[in-house]
Design a protein around this ligand. Structure first.
Ligand SMILES: [Zn+2]
Length: 341
């Protein structure tokens, strides 16, 4: 028995006013054939040497017992269910509506009622899948108030983007794992996606860069990293580039350009889709140093207004390109003879 606090009050045991302790007691119980041990709270009257629980304590002791049971049987606890709902900022009633459950179901699960396994699985899926939440939300749009719908939509969209970026980042980093011990490939820099995103935004936000489509962007990134290596012996981003027919292309570029912090629009080019990079609202580049920006500016001065085909042509004349077999990784050794300085 542990004393949590002492308060002078009308004692419910001896019915006299005195200092009554609130105590925590370790209880052992059996719930649905599972032995559970949990901490329960009671009032303790030292005069009568008796414990007593008011309604609120009875209720929270019951929830404490069931949460231990839920934990032991691998079910979400009432707090975890409440936390999942809080992530989406949705009311208990509206979440029931989305899931097609009785209106009070979530309210009960967040307190005394232990959920069944099927519902537990659905709540876990909800926690890990904001895209699914968005689908459910969309399906029940008419049943929700416009304000609630908009609010839920915004919260879930942010979660979805974060999840999506997290997934992309780990996929990109896993593609780079094999280059960790190869400074000639990485330019002696550990890949930083924050830096890469800042570089792309720096180019996209520059009024001196025109027609920033994928091929041009890839070249601008390579030129900046190669120039950085030439000047300082290390690249800016840590990207690894391969020699493709149109010049240098970073490993996993198709995942990199999908990061939500980069803005891109698809343009129908007749013979296919073009991807143009757009300015972002955010014009801060916390991951670029003044020296990094100086290097990017040098690349912009040289190639900002240059057409894609001219940049590709220039790249094709670089030793880095002529000295590398098609599809091979371009070594930063070649930066020494880069046409830019
Ligand atoms: Zn008493």
């Amino acid at each position: 028995m542990k004393v949590l606090r002492t308060v002078t009050m009308l004692c419910p045991c001896c019915m006299e006013e005195h200092a009554v302790q609130t105590v925590s007691v370790s209880e052992h119980n059996i719930f649905r054939n599972v032995p559970v041990e949990y901490d329960a709270e009671y009032f303790y009257c030292d005069r009568a040497d008796e414990t007593y629980a008011d309604e609120q304590q009875l209720s929270s002791n019951d929830i404490a017992m069931k949460n231990v049971y839920r934990g032991k049987t691998g079910l979400l606890t009432s707090h975890q269910i409440a936390a999942i709902r809080a992530r989406y900022g949705i009311t208990q009633g509206d979440l029931c509506l989305l899931l097609g459950w009785g209106a009070k179901t979530i309210t009960r699960y967040e307190s005394h009622q232990v959920q069944d396994i099927a519902h537990d699985t659905i709540l876990r899926k909800l926690d890990s899948d904001p895209e699914w939440f968005l689908q459910l939300l969309h399906a029940e749009k008419d049943a929700l108030s416009a304000a609630s719908y908009a609010r839920y939509m915004e919260t879930a969209a942010v979660l979805f983007e974060q999840d999506h970026d997290l997934y992309l980042k780990s996929a990109i980093m896993s593609r780079y794992a094999r280059f960790l011990q190869n400074p000639e490939a990485t330019g002696g820099k550990l890949l930083s996606l924050e830096v890469v995103v800042d570089m792309i935004r720096y180019y996209a936000n520059s009024s001196m860069v025109t027609g920033l489509f994928r091929v041009k962007l890839m070249k601008l990134l390579w030129y900046a990293d190669a120039l950085s290596y030439k000047r300082r012996g290390r690249s800016i981003s840590g990207l690894v580039y391969r020699a493709l027919p149109m010049g240098a292309v970073p490993v996993a570029y198709e995942l990199i350009v999908d990061l939500s912090t980069i803005r891109c629009e698809e343009i129908d080019m007749g013979d296919g889709t073009g991807y143009r990079f757009l300015p972002t609202e955010n014009k801060e580049y916390p991951y670029l140093t003044a020296e990094d920006r100086g290097i990017l500016d040098a690349v912009i001065r040289r190639f900002g207004m240059t057409s894609k085909s001219m940049i590709v042509e220039t790249m094709h004349r670089e030793d880095a390109y002529t000295g590398t077999a098609l599809n091979d990784v371009i070594s930063f050794r070649y930066a020494r003879t880069l046409s830019l300085s």
